[in-house]
Design a protein around this ligand. Structure first.
Ligand SMILES: [Zn+2]
Ligand SMILES: [Zn+2]
Length: 343
């Protein structure tokens, strides 16, 4: 008997016809399973949402309609017309999930965005076995290999100390949902005060309220007039560069934390003083190990280098095709680790 395709691409998004639901749809549909709260995956206007309980409040902050969102525990099976849906942790940002879809013994997994590296702010990635894997390939080239995040954390704190000894304020740029909180978790609060931009503060609050312990971060706009910020650390989105908001900090050193710093660090020197290679996406060696260990004979790729990775997998003897999705390009660079426009 020919195997059925459990998921197919429709104009609205990735669709499971048997179960009648979409995964991370980009147009309005009646039932959406959402992997995580980044804007290219989570959109407003769906009839109902299903997501991981760990990320429910973040999704509600994004789409506004908490009453329409059902949160489920990782590993809990939900049934839709005989199709079993299970969310597995993706380790990308808080509450990020992979979607495992199972019907009559056939198993497909949609990874959403994911990484295997340590991250104190979310449940670690869990590998699932499947027949077909739909994986993101944002950093799907051999040049992308991440160093241990603990080592990057040391470098960031050393940079902060060095700036402090020169009487400067450190401004560390990263997108507001996920990266800011992960950076905060890596900072050593004994060095000095930490501030954060208003765009991430509400999200950081949700992280704390849902059980993620983070060092305290203050809102600089609530400090008394004339406050001297010298020696402090400021977490802000990339758009803060050149803004009047930044002027209050006086003599600053700026840095950006992103996977793109592996190749963009030097080219972007004009915009920031320093680049830290810290990504919330899977790197090349981990991508290949996940594909191998999933046992999938068919691999569909999305994000970034989807076509290149797919061709590579075909050469390795797998059945693979890239999927055309809007999971990159349209995303807001502040919320997602999309490749920044060339400077
Ligand atoms: Zn994401
Ligand atoms: Zn994404």
């Amino acid at each position: 008997m020919a195997k059925v395709d459990l998921l197919q691409l429709r104009p609205e998004g990735l669709y499971c016809e048997i179960g009648d639901f979409y995964i991370d749809p980009w147009r309005k549909v009646h039932r959406a399973v959402v992997t995580h709260a980044h804007s290219d995956h989570a959109r407003w206007g769906m009839g109902r949402y299903l997501c991981a309980e760990e990320g429910r409040d973040l999704l509600a902050a994004r789409v506004g309609t908490a009453s329409l969102i059902q949160g489920v525990a990782f590993g809990e099976v939900v049934h839709h017309r005989g199709v079993q849906v299970t969310l597995l942790p993706a380790g990308h940002i808080r509450g990020s999930a992979q979607v495992k879809v199972e019907y009559q013994g056939e198993i497909w997994i949609v990874t959403g965005d994911y990484k295997l590296q340590n991250d104190a702010t979310c449940t670690p990635f869990e590998l699932g076995r499947c027949h077909c894997l739909i994986t993101e390939t944002t950093f799907g080239l051999p040049i992308y290999r991440w160093r241990a995040p603990e080592a990057i954390g040391h470098e960031i704190n050393a940079w902060w100390r060095a700036n402090q000894s020169e009487g400067r304020t450190s401004v560390l740029l990263g997108y507001a949902l996920g990266k800011t909180q992960r950076l905060l978790s890596l900072l050593d609060p004994s060095i000095g005060p930490i501030y954060e931009h208003g765009s991430s503060a509400k999200l950081t609050e949700i992280y704390r309220a849902t059980g993620c312990a983070l060092p305290p971060a203050k809102n600089p706009t609530q400090e008394p007039k004339g406050t001297d910020f010298a020696g402090s650390m400021v977490l802000a989105p990339p758009s803060a560069v050149g803004s009047s908001w930044l002027r209050r900090f006086g003599d600053v050193r700026t840095a950006q934390a992103s996977g793109w710093m592996q190749i963009r660090g030097i080219r972007r020197r004009g915009a920031v003083d320093r680049g830290f290679v810290l990504s919330d996406h899977v790197d090349w060696p981990s991508l290949l190990s996940v594909i191998r260990e999933s046992g999938a004979e068919r691999v569909l790729t999305t994000h970034g280098y989807a076509a290149i990775v797919s061709r590579y997998l075909v050469e390795m003897g797998l059945d693979s095709t890239p999927l055309e999705t809007p999971f990159t390009g349209e995303a807001n660079a502040e919320e997602e680790e999309v490749e920044p426009a060339p400077v």
